[in-house]
Ligand binder design. Structure first.
Ligand code: CAA
Length: 416
């Protein structure tokens, strides 16, 4: 275990939200004539969250944040910075964040904007919030970063199985209750065309196999930069130092591939036999990576939110055992920018982790048929929600070219 100094800023509270509908991927595999094992084993994916027409990036974000405020520790007036990270924006100019600002009743002197760099946007927001908290601008207030996305690819494409949706509301503060963030991180950036979404398209385009290579190369680059940031300190192998390693998870098998790469990079100087390196990666994967993956396995890709859903799942499942444990997190955004950063669970983390209640959210969803999923995928504008079909807020349609949102009569609270 490392004795490295951590700053006293980090994640104070975390809340997640996923749409109320789910499609079991076995059903989709049957409908598309694809072997079920290719998806369950080859991609490691079991279910995907399906956003109905009355949920969009704004409602997912606001619903996650509503669950965060329902945890009872923070009031909207305490927020001085609101960042909404997404790669599935609802408008080219008007940011999702200003809709969320209104829905949550945040104060007028709260700086707010939307930010984008594919799936890296959420981590970009976390890093901006961390720096803001360390600056005089924060004046003792807290920062709310919300990562929110709906991952859509063309129906019948191979990427269709890696869709999903979800949002994570990440509250950052000084003296955080959940996870103290370390000041050092490693970054890698470079222009690649692995995944993109031209302005007129609702569904993303992707060069699938190439995107996997870009992800792994960015991981190697970020780890090399992390070593430079440590500047000779913390020389012990990453696989021995951390109690968990969390990776951006477009599909769970990607986290496995990432872990193999990290093991290779980590052990390059010590282990020259590739088979021995693979055995070490295999052994540590079960212990360090697998425990964080259930939410990704059951919701699919949630782009900017993906890494934070992994954190939410790990924290909520391991609540009692968290204090003092150190974790490494890898964020990848196509295009690309990536960052490897670390954190240590705080003394009060069990209490903060228990409030996340991630499992209840998954268990409360309604299962769709493939036909119902396809209707959701091809319908852009909302119908009135059913009583169990939404969180606290829903998208109420477009009038006069303007988007409207409303509060649901029967909202989901801190639980499911
Ligand atoms: N039983 C078990 N496994 C099987 C199988 C079977 N019957 N048939 C195939 N498989 C395995 C394959 O061997 C392969 O495993 P390995 O990669 O370990 O070899 C796996 O199933 C997938 O098979 P294919 O590569 O043939 O799958 P595909 O052509 O359908 O494409 C994909 C897979 C490229 C991930 C595609 O789903 C895709 O393009 N997804 C979107 C892009 C994406 O998620 N990229 C990730 C990196 S980029 C990123 O992270 C940013 C982001 O969020 C988008």
């Amino acid at each position: 275990m490392s004795t490295q100094q951590h700053s006293s800023v980090g994640i104070d509270q975390l809340a997640v939200y996923v749409p109320r509908y789910v499609l079991e991927l076995e059903k989709l595999a049957r409908a598309r004539g694809v072997p079920a094992e290719k998806i369950s084993i080859g991609l490691g994916a079991h279910e995907m969250a399906v956003a109905p027409p009355w949920e969009d990036t704004v409602t997912l974000a606001a619903n996650a944040a509503e669950r965060l405020f329902a945890q009872g520790w923070t009031r909207p007036e305490e927020i001085g910075l609101l960042l909404v990270a997404t790669e599935t924006a609802v408008d080219h100019a008007k940011p999702a964040s200003i809709f969320v600002h209104e829905l949550l009743g945040l104060p007028a002197n709260c700086r707010t904007f939307e930010l984008k760099h594919a799936c890296y946007g959420g981590t970009a927001g976390v890093m901006i919030a961390r720096d803001w908290l360390l600056s005089p601008a924060s004046r003792g207030r807290k920062a709310l970063v919300i990562a929110s996305d709906i991952a859509r690819y063309d129906l019948h494409s191979s990427a269709e199985f890696t869709q999903g949706a979800g949002a994570a509301a990440v509250l950052l503060s000084a003296e955080p209750r959940l996870l103290e963030l370390a000041p050092e991180s490693g970054v890698f950036a470079g222009n690649v065309y692995d995944f993109w979404r031209p302005l007129e398209r609702r569904e993303a385009l992707v060069d699938g196999k190439f995107s996997l290579d870009c992800y792994l190369d960015a991981l190697s680059g970020a780890l090399a930069d992390y070593r430079s940031a440590l500047n000779g300190r913390g020389g012990q192998p990453l696989l021995e130092r951390f109690d968990a390693l969390l990776y951006h998870t477009p599909f769970p098998k990607m986290a496995y591939k990432a872990h193999l790469r990290l093991a290779e990079v980590d052990s390059a100087a010590r282990i020259v036999d590739p088979e021995e390196c693979a055995r070490l990666a295999e052994k540590t994967y079960a212990e360090l990576v697998e425990p964080s993956l259930t939410m990704a396995r059951r919701t699919g890709n949630s782009y900017t939110a993906s890494l934070y859903l992994c954190l939410a799942w790990l924290a909520s499942q391991r609540a009692a055992a968290l204090p003092g444990r150190e974790i490494g997190l890898f964020s990848y955004g196509s295009g690309c920018c990536a960052e490897f950063f670390t954190g240590r669970f705080a003394e009060r983390s069990p209490e903060a982790a228990q409030k996340i209640a991630a499992a209840e959210l998954l268990d409360a969803r309604r299962s769709l048929s493939v036909e119902e999923y396809e209707r959701c995928a091809t319908t852009a504008v909302g119908e009135p929600p059913t009583t169990d079909g939404t969180g606290a807020f829903f998208f109420a349609g477009v009038r006069d070219d303007k988007r409207h949102y409303a509060r649901a009569q029967r909202a989901l609270g801190a639980g499911a």
